[in-house]
Each structure stands twice: as structure tokens, then as C-alpha cells.
Design a protein around this ligand. Structure first.
Ligand SMILES: C[S@@+](CC[C@H](N)C(=O)[O-])C[C@H]1O[C@@H](n2cnc3c(N)ncnc32)[C@H](O)[C@@H]1O
Length: 328
């Protein structure tokens, strides 16, 4: 019988309580190394060694954003199947680790601080956001989002509305527009611009998070999320929330950027991801239960201008994903 030489080292990997605590957190959220250390209440030097072992076992995926590296637990592939099987065997029992509840509570605080920092960014730039961040080559994208969201709908929610670029296009189509954003500064700007814009819809502004939307179940006939999902660490909860707040048969429409390499957009536009892979958005829609999920290319480009360098603005391709909440 063949001996698997990795068996002892793989078992050892799962025998360390601190590593199990790390795995339990990184399975739930994507965290930077410093955030993970704070969530565990351990020095970064102690955590780094465990991370090295997890990386070697194929259990860690890493994403670089500016000067930060974000970590998440990944399904091991290519020669790491044993780690994967062992992980599957232990993952359901991690709640029983004595430190788990305290780790989760600290992690929630760390994530809340991050949300606060990210919200502060938009509060600070709210007054000039249209100059900095609302640049599209043809405007087609906005028309397409509005057309898909409308299709005879009455109550449309604009999620991550910013200064109301998409909400403005809905004013002449919907009966009521609910504009949601976590930044009060952006909502103030949206209130000003929507107040001046033509269109008969009633407008309601609500402060809130995309992963806990301030809407009742089934309250919206359609939801749009334009240029906001790339600001979020994780798509699962926000997409589940979109489904929850839609009435059966209602539509969700997402406009997003194709993945790109313009690192400066982290700092200057507050972007968390540099674009999103269209298939990731499609998968998030499908796995949350949307039906008739469609990916469409858009005849428009996002055209931001870099503030710290001369030269022409960059042209970034856009796409649209839409889906319907099942009627049954
Ligand atoms: C790039 S702006 C886009 C604004 C607008 N949709 C547009 O296209 O002009 C992103 C907006 O999403 C908001 N935002 C980011 N993350 C959010 C979250 N987790 N929950 C609610 N709003 C969020 C920001 O405050 C900001 O106003």
C-alpha cells in the first residue's frame, strides 16, 4: 500500500488550536493580516508563521490591494486534496473552540472599524464626487440599467446610490425611488441633486449597508447596484439582501467594471477590488437563488481621470448582470 508522506504534516497542520482559530475566521471574512491579528488578539509575528503554513498547504488565497494584502481561506487544489478533506472534516466543529465566540466578536468590531473608514472616505469626497468619480463615455450604461430596472416597476431601490447618478435616471420612470447609501455625506449630495432633477417619482433616502439593507422583505419592484459591488469585500450577503428586498418576479441589475490594474483607484476612488470578474457576479446571483441570470456587455466605458498624473483619462469596460427573483 502506498504511503502518503504528507499525512503526518497535514494532521499536524490541523492539530494547532491557533491555526484552527485563524481558519475559522478566514472562512467567514476576507481580512488583512493586521485585521486578523487584532481579531485574534495576537501579535502579527505569531500569526504570520501560521499563515505561512496554511499558504504552503494551499488553504490560503491572497489578494493585493495597494499596500494591503487580504487573506481568505480557499479550497485546496492541485496536490493539496488531503488538506481539503481534513478541512471539510473539522470545519463544522470549529464553533466548539473555546475562543471562537470571542474571536467572532472581535472580528465584527474590526470589520465595523473598516466600514467606518471606508464610509469616511465617501463622506470626505461627497461634495466633489461627481467631478472625481462619475464619468462615463456615452451614458449608455445608465440608460440600460434604468431600462432593465424599470420595465413597468413602481418602487426601485438604488443601492450604493452615491450622489444619485442612477437614481436620477429612474425619476421619470418609477413611482418611488429608495436611494440607499452608508455615507451620509453622499446622501446629502444625492438629496440636493435629486431635488433639482426632473421626474415625478417620490424620493426616499435611507442610510444603510448593502449587507443589511434598510428595506422590508419584498419592498422593491426592482433594485439597481451601479458601480458599488467592487467596493465590497464579499458579494454573498449583499446579493442575498437584494433577493430578500425584491418582490417575487422583481429584477436586480448590477453595473460593474471588468477587472483592471489601475492600483491608484484604491486610494483615489475608494475601490476595494480593481473591478470584478463577471462570472463571480453571475455565480453570486445564481447561488443566491436568482433566476434568468443574464450577463450583458455594455456599449459604454467608465472614464475616471487620475488626479496625481497628467494624461488622458483611462477607459474601463463595463458589464451588466441582471436576474429575477423567482415568483414561486
Ligand atoms: C463609487 S460610488 C457609486 C455611486 C453611484 N452608484 C454612482 O455610480 O455614481 C460607491 C457608493 O457606494 C457606497 N457604499 C460603498 N460600500 C457600501 C456599503 N457596504 N453599503 C452601502 N453603501 C456603500 C459609497 O458610500 C458610495 O457612495
Amino acid at each position: 500500500m502506498a504511503h502518503d508522506v504528507r499525512l503526518p504534516s497535514s494532521l499536524k497542520l490541523f492539530a494547532d488550536p491557533t491555526r484552527l482559530r485563524i481558519m475559522a475566521l478566514l472562512e467567514r471574512a476576507e481580512l488583512a493580516v493586521g485585521e486578523l491579528s487584532r481579531a485574534l488578539g495576537l501579535a502579527q509575528s505569531r500569526v504570520s508563521n501560521h499563515l505561512r503554513l496554511l499558504r504552503e498547504a494551499g488553504l490560503l488565497s491572497e489578494r493585493h490591494a495597494g499596500s494591503s494584502t487580504f487573506l481568505r481561506l480557499s479550497t485546496p487544489r492541485n496536490g493539496h486534496a488531503l488538506s481539503g478533506r481534513l478541512w471539510e472534516a473539522v470545519r463544522t466543529d470549529l464553533d466548539s473552540l473555546p475562543e471562537h465566540a470571542a474571536d467572532l466578536a472581535r472580528m465584527e468590531r474590526v470589520l465595523a472599524e473598516r466600514r467606518q473608514r471606508e464610509g469616511d472616505f465617501f463622506d470626505q469626497v461627497a461634495g466633489e464626487w461627481d467631478e472625481i468619480g462619475v464619468h462615463f463615455a456615452s451614458g449608455q450604461a445608465r440608460q440600460r440599467v434604468a431600462a432593465h430596472a424599470f420595465a413597468g416597476r413602481h418602487v426601485v431601490a438604488d443601492l450604493g446610490c452615491g450622489t444619485g447618478y442612477f437614481a436620477r435616471a429612474l425619476l421619470g420612470l418609477a413611482t418611488r425611488v429608495i436611494a440607499v447609501d452608508r455615507s451620509r455625506g453622499m446622501l446629502d449630495e444625492a438629496a440636493r441633486r435629486l431635488g433639482d432633477a426632473p421626474g415625478g417619482a417620490e424620493v426616499e433616502l435611507r442610510v444603510g449597508e448593502l449587507d443589511a439593507l434598510p428595506l422590508e422583505d419584498g419592498e422593491a419592484d426592482a433594485v439597481v447596484a451601479g458601480m458599488v459591488l467592487h467596493h465590497l469585500a464579499d458579494l454573498r450577503r449583499p446579493v442575498a439582501e437584494m433577493l430578500r428586498v425584491l418582490r417575487p418576479g422583481g429584477n436586480a441589475v448590477v453595473l460593474e467594471l471588468e477587472p483592471h490594474r489601475h492600483e491608484w483607484m484604491h486610494a483615489q476612488l475608494g475601490d476595494h477590488h480593481l473591478g470584478l470578474a463577471p462570472q463571480d457576479v453571475v455565480r453570486a446571483f445564481q447561488s443566491n437563488g436568482f433566476e434568468d441570470v443574464v450577463l450583458e456587455s455594455v456599449d459604454d466605458q467608465y472614464r475616471p481621470r487620475r488626479a496625481d498624473a497628467d494624461g488622458p483619462p483611462v477607459d474601463l469596460p463595463l458589464y451588466l448582470v441582471r436576474g429575477t427573483r423567482p415568483r414561486a
